[in-house]
Unconditional design. Structure first.
Length: 203
């Protein structure tokens, strides 16, 4: 009875090891590297409601795969966010929001002077970028679409004109992905375990 039990258990463990090997092979054949999209928003100086010098301020963030409409609303990407400089004197980074408008991703960047008690009378400068999925997937530097297929505006003092010199630079980098070798190690461990069972049963 003991030997029969041991043989059955050993066969089960070997079957599991074989299944893991099959999974490892499938993973090796289908696993594709994940791309991290690194975004750099370049913003112009804003003074008296008008655009000034381009590339005055910068906002950096990254996303696993391109930013797209079905990304979780209002969630932060893995690496968020670096603010460099300010587009308006006396105003500083306040927040960045990732959401959606219709079926397009929407990125909102806000600066504030944090004035007043509890910031109740703060003046703000808000950049809003609504662009289709295809825009966020392009690698390189491009101007934001303001032709109806997308919008890029800045809101200050009750006006929200198009941002003509706002640009987006996108690069990609390969992220580390789980390797099938871990499954191979698991199958080897199961096979070794089966061997231990066989030796104990045969004693």
């Amino acid at each position: 009875m003991k030997k029969r039990y041991g043989t059955s258990l050993r066969r089960t463990v070997l079957l599991l090891a074989g299944m893991v090997l099959v999974l490892a092979g499938a993973a090796a054949a289908t696993t594709a590297p994940l791309l991290q999209y690194n975004y750099e928003l370049s913003l112009p100086a804003i003074s008296s409601g008008q655009e000034g010098s381009a590339n005055t301020a910068q906002v950096d963030f990254s996303w696993i795969g391109p930013l797209r409409y079905n990304s979780p609303p209002n969630s932060l990407p893995p690496n968020c966010c670096q603010f460099i400089g300010t587009p308006k004197a006396g105003e500083y980074p306040y927040q960045i929001t990732f959401t959606a408008s219709g079926s397009d991703p929407e990125v909102i960047v806000t600066y504030s002077d944090f004035s007043g008690s509890d910031f109740s009378s703060s003046n703000t400068l808000t950049f809003t970028f609504i662009q289709p999925d295809s825009f966020w997937a392009v690698v390189g530097t491009q101007n934001f679409l303001v032709d109806g297929s997308g919008t890029a505006t800045f809101e200050v003092g009750g006006i929200d004109p198009n941002c003509q010199s706002c640009t987006l630079t996108t690069t990609t980098s390969v992220m580390a992905t789980p390797e099938p070798s871990s499954l191979l190690l698991l199958s080897a461990g199961l096979a070794g375990f089966a061997g231990v069972i066989r030796r104990k049963v045969n004693r």
